[in-house]
Write a new protein. Structure first.
Length: 558
């Protein structure tokens, strides 16, 4: 780029010699010599320019790819309480739009910004070496344009920050609509959703217009300043030529150098304006990358030893508050113990903290009070990698990925054999409907399993967790779409697996067949024990039983 700039700076000087020493004197030999020299310099400069464009494109694309990958990996490593700080739409914008802004900035930086200062300073120096009288005019132009650029940056930055925030909001609206499109259609809420999108869209357009208005005002001001300088050089040059103080070729060279200064200042202005936008994007990306990594408070050496975990679960006075929550605690003073290989049913009204308890056990969050113990060892001391290899969860909403059914089941264990996959599907009561499909386990499913029923998706999710052969398994109300007979078969299969199981459920028929039942109410522990003990001693449990089965109902057999 420096060599390219030098080639550009030599051309006006050669042109000046061609006019003054050749054309003005009628010396064709000088004209041919200087003309060939100018063409040669132009050709060399073109080679440097092409090399610069190729290199900048390669570097900027690789930079964008690596930054996007690093950001994606960082997001994957964040804990749930850290992810909760960012909206889902915001993370998508940072991963796509913000990274693209930085990528384009690097491309422009390499193509223009490094060349522009060399060209600008070089043009000033070359003008001064031709004739020192032009230097004051040129310096005034550079100072005025510098002031315009500084004012433009100060005014544009907060406006472009608002543009990115508005883009976040728009992405969030689109994601919410696409995620709930069936619900929107069912409730005929398209008009309301269109109005919400229109408001976000208008806010983005308004923010962008306000930001671009600054650039629209200052860019012509900069061009006007430089063109006034050109007019001044022409006026003064005419007088100097008339007085014999300067030659015509030199005046043309001054004008060319002023044009180069205008070009370089425009380059610098464009890059600095882009920098204003990129600064906002850079801060948003840095906000994710700078989230501190969670470190376990104890060394991993002992905890990584095989056979340390056997999955005896104990909650000791566990409490939990979601960050920035202003309401009551999600869980308050929960205490119970569950032996290895036993099954715990967690039941209670909506909002009682059942799913939160499962999230704490999976270490999506850490308890804010009390301790969760695994084999007498605090769960927070166990490295997440070790714990996640020994525990599995089937979430409340079945989440499947684009690919085959086999791919989704193997998502729980990459190296699972066909026999292991088939056994997991049988235990989840999924084998029969999978084999009935034309491609069996090779059947392609759409995004989030759109071509499967709710019950089929839940059973594939259960199979995905079972193929992992975990020591601890959390099922978060994941059988709600199954009929009672199928659910009973799944429970029997789970009971045959050598693991400690926690079933979060709304169904009393599911809870009553567990070894132990934990009853939650408003985040507090209303009861813990066997079905018979709770029927005798726990009024909330009896109320749930009566409401679902009846005073004289017959207990379901699991």
């Amino acid at each position: 780029m420096a060599c390219e700039a030098c080639c550009d700076l030599l051309q006006p000087r050669i042109m000046s010699a061609l006019i003054d020493n050749g054309a003005a004197r009628g010396d064709l030999a000088v004209v041919r010599h200087e003309g060939l020299l100018m063409l040669s310099v132009l050709a060399v400069g073109a080679v440097f320019a092409m090399s610069r464009n190729v290199i900048s494109s390669i570097v900027s694309q690789k930079f964008g790819a690596e930054l996007r990958q690093e950001l994606y990996v960082k997001i994957q490593s964040l804990r749930m309480d850290q992810i909760d700080k960012f909206q889902g739409g915001s993370l998508v914008t940072r991963e796509t739009s913000d990274v693209t802004q930085l990528q384009n900035f690097i491309n422009g930086l390499m193509r223009m910004f490094f060349k522009a200062p060399v060209l600008c300073v070089g043009a000033v120096v070359m003008s001064a070496t031709l004739d020192i009288k032009t230097l004051p005019v040129i310096l005034v132009i550079v100072l005025v344009v510098g002031a315009v650029i500084t004012a433009s940056m100060r005014l544009a930055y907060p406006r472009f920050a608002r543009v990115q925030a508005a883009l976040d909001n728009l992405n969030t609206r689109v994601r919410e609509y696409l995620a709930g499109i069936r619900l929107v259609k069912a409730f005929r809420r398209f008009g309301q959703e269109a109005a919400r999108f229109s408001a976000a869209n208008d806010a983005l357009a308004g923010s962008t217009i306000a930001a671009n208005r600054v650039l629209a005002v200052f860019s012509p001001c900069m061009s006007l300043t430089v063109n006034l300088g050109v007019a001044a050089i022409l006026l003064l040059g005419a007088r100097w030529v008339g007085a014999g103080a300067i030659r015509v070729g030199a005046v043309m060279a001054f004008i060319t150098y002023l044009t180069q200064i205008l070009t370089s200042l425009n380059m610098i202005s464009n890059i600095l304006n882009m920098m204003v936008r990129v600064r906002a994007s850079n801060e948003r990306i840095a906000a994710v990358l700078n989230v501190p990594a969670y470190e376990n408070p104890t060394p991993d050496a002992v905890l990584n030893a095989p056979g340390v975990l056997s999955a005896h679960i104990e909650f000791r006075n566990v409490s939990f508050n979601y960050k920035d929550s202003t309401g009551q605690a999600a869980l308050d003073d929960i205490s119970f113990s569950l032996e290895k290989g036993r099954t715990l049913g967690v039941i209670g009204p909506t909002g009682s903290g059942k799913s939160t308890l499962g999230s704490l056990l999976m270490r999506f969050y850490d308890a804010t009070g009390g301790e969760i113990l695994i084999d007498g060892q605090p769960l927070k001391y166990i490295p997440e990698k070790v714990w996640r290899e020994r525990a599995a969860i089937v979430p409340q909403t079945a989440a499947l990925f684009t690919g085959t059914i086999g791919d989704n089941i193997r998502w729980g264990k990459n190296d699972a054999s066909d026999d292991e996959m088939a056994q997991a599907a049988k235990s989840a009561e999924a084998y029969e409907f999978i084999e009935a499909m034309p491609e069996g386990f090779g059947t392609l499913i759409g995004q989030n399993g759109v071509n499967l029923s709710g019950g089929q998706k839940q059973r594939v999710s259960i199979a995905r967790a079972l193929v992992r052969r975990p020591d601890v398994m959390v099922l978060d109300d994941c059988t709600s779409a199954l009929d009672m007979v199928t659910e009973a078969k799944v429970r029997r299969a789970l009971r045959a697996c050598p693991m400690t199981c926690v079933l979060v459920t709304q169904r009393i028929a599911t809870a009553m067949n567990c070894d132990r039942v934990l009853v939650l109410e408003n985040g507090r522990q209303a009861g813990f024990g066997s079905h018979d003990e709770l029927m005798r001693d726990c009024a909330p449990y009896r109320d749930i039983y009566i409401s679902q089965i009846g005073q004289t109902g017959t207990e379901a057999v699991g």
